[in-house]
Design a protein. Structure first.
Length: 151
């Protein structure tokens, strides 16, 4: 697939298109998030620096492509299955890291107010924790957790 002059190829894995358009609709840059397993859709919001913030649930072999350099892997040093990524206005990934405590969770909604970002995390199963305290999810899934990320 070609988007704004960038050719993206999913190959044998699965890709999610990541692109930014100008106010007039012109594609500024395009790249992809690739993985060796099927990717879920992700929630996205404009970042205060003019880039993009988005998140979802991790899968094996996930890599965050770049419009300006090499792809980066998911930083999973915090543990967790939910992740949040930031692409700068130039199309380069600034970070892609997991959300601690999300043993079976994914990003639900993302909202930005000024430089603050609020992330709703949908949790499933019994193994999720906040600050070491287990969270019991009684239903199929429960959006019980909101992260407040200062700019």
């Amino acid at each position: 697939m070609t988007v704004g002059g960038s050719t993206l190829d999913a190959g044998e894995g699965a890709d999610t298109l990541v692109a930014q358009r100008s106010a007039t609709g012109t594609v500024r840059w395009a790249t992809s998030v690739s993985a060796s397993a099927a990717l879920d859709g992700s929630e996205a919001v404009a970042a205060s620096d003019g880039g993009i913030l988005f998140g979802s649930q991790s899968v094996p072999g996930i890599l965050f492509g770049s419009a300006r350099g090499p792809a980066i892997p998911l930083d999973d040093t915090d543990g967790g299955t939910g992740w949040l990524a930031h692409y700068g206005p130039d199309g380069a990934p600034r970070f892609a890291r997991t959300i601690a405590g999300t043993a079976n969770g994914r990003v639900g909604e993302i909202a930005r107010t000024g430089s603050r970002v609020y992330v709703d995390v949908a949790l499933r199963g019994p193994a999720n924790t906040i600050n070491g305290t287990p969270i019991t999810v009684a239903a199929k899934d429960a959006s019980v957790w909101a992260l407040d990320l200062a700019g």
